[in-house]
Design a protein around this ligand. Structure first.
Ligand code: NAD
Ligand code: TYD
Length: 341
């Protein structure tokens, strides 16, 4: 999409972790852009995440569901240049205990947005997919051309949406671009995911639950680097129909991460608690990022260690944010899932 101004963006799932970082990043960078944030405000959608931009006249929040055609069409009728679809159910563990909402939101919701994009026309539709669609990275980091072998209902729903988006390019010429990013970390991550859970539990002197032997590895990227990659993809010419992996080539085992967090917070290793493994637990996720580097000149520039320092600092300084979340719904989920208090 050309870097023409003004530009109207529809961001879905903007009250979540990556979406809220992206909205803030774009409003800061592009003074002439207008953003509509369509978010259902599920347990993971936290209005406070964007409290600082609520009054900005360039920003509009719509509380609604991406599966609701009427709401989606109403937004498109008012004009949308580009869609960035973050909205999804995102937690692998929850997809194992209760898959239905993952299929509904992640697949059907993406279909509703694609249909609106087809009907009303857009200059770009970025489908935020994930490296989890590849399944195991067995010998080497996964390439965009590799097979999709998702192993959880979450990953499989995202793979469905990923390929559905592609089909809207091949069949209806909707200018879709699909991104498959590795594991993000940073401010505003809901404290059910590994890094945000371990940091907040460690601050609270609670056990740090580690699945299996702790040797599973993920490819970690600091969230701001991801936002920058999406900005690059949003404005790049001639890439409709393409898939881009996004990552920082920073693989770490879960145990390495847990040790680092305990060390940086000065907490004892006795807090580590090995718990029952996740069914279908992917041993290794990792993505090859040569394509985005070569074709779009993007690469991550925050090291894992710097990102961890920034993230720890943020969680130390925003204790009210996560302490408030770690009550009610979260606590019920946590106790049931881990059998811990
Ligand atoms: P998140 O769970 O923090 O936020 C998801 C947001 O989507 C929430 O604000 C929620 O209210 C909203 N939402 C859920 N269902 C909705 C619906 N039906 N209609 C409208 N809004 C709805 O997720 P996240 O970690 O920020 O991930 C954002 C996107 O990035 C997802 O598509 C995810 O699959 C993808 N992704 C995440 C990671 C990661 O490491 N977090 C990595 C790669 C890709
Ligand atoms: P997670 O943050 O749930 O992301 P994903 O499963 O989508 O990659 O988990 C990251 C890794 O951490 C994964 O190997 C599972 C592991 N993990 C634990 O060991 N303990 C936990 O409590 C959680 C939430 C995750």
């Amino acid at each position: 999409m050309e870097n023409t101004k003004p530009c109207k963006l529809l961001v879905t799932g903007g009250l979540g972790f990556i979406g809220s970082n992206f909205v803030r990043y774009m409003l800061n960078k592009y003074p002439d852009y207008e953003l509509v944030n369509l978010d259902k405000v599920t347990y993971a959608g936290i209005p406070e995440n964007l409290a600082d931009v609520e009054a900005d006249p360039r920003y509009r929040f719509v509380k609604g569901d991406i599966t609701d055609e009427q709401t989606v069409n109403r937004i498109f009728e008012a004009g949308v240049d580009a869609v960035i679809n973050f909205a999804a159910e995102t937690h692998v563990d929850r997809s194992i205990s209760n898959p239905s909402q993952f299929v509904i939101t992640d697949v059907y919701g993406t279909y509703v947005l694609l249909e609106a994009a087809r009907k009303f026309g857009v200059k770009r539709f970025i489908q935020i997919s994930t490296d989890e669609v590849y399944g195991e990275a067995i010998d080497s980091p996964c390439l965009e051309t590799g097979p999709l072998m998702p192993k959880s209902p979450y990953a499989a729903s995202k793979a469905g949406a990923d390929r559905l988006a592609y089909s809207y390019f091949t069949t209806f010429e909707v200018p879709v671009v699909i991104t498959r990013c590795g594991n993000n970390f940073g401010p505003y991550q809901y404290p059910e995911k590994l890094i945000s859970l371990l940091i907040t539990n460690a601050i609270e002197d609670k056990p740090l639950p580690i699945y299996g032997d702790g040797q599973n590895r993920r490819d970690w990227i600091y969230v701001t680097d991801h936002c920058r990659a999406l900005d690059t993809i949003l404005h790049a010419e001639g890439i409709a129909g393409e898939v881009f992996n996004v990552g920082a080539r920073q693989e770490r085992t879960n145990l390495e991460i847990a040790h680092l967090i305990l060390e940086l917070l000065g907490k004892p290793r006795q807090l580590l608690t090995f718990v029952t493994d996740r069914p279908g637990h992917v041993r290794r996720h990792a993505v090859d990022v040569e394509k985005i580097k070569q074709k779009l000149g993007w690469q991550a520039d925050t090291s894992f260690e710097t990102g961890m320092q920034l993230t720890l600092q943020w969680y130390k300084e925003h204790q009210a944010w996560w302490r408030n979340i770690k009550t009610g719904e979260f606590l019920a989920y946590y106790r049931k899932h881990y059998g811990l208090n």
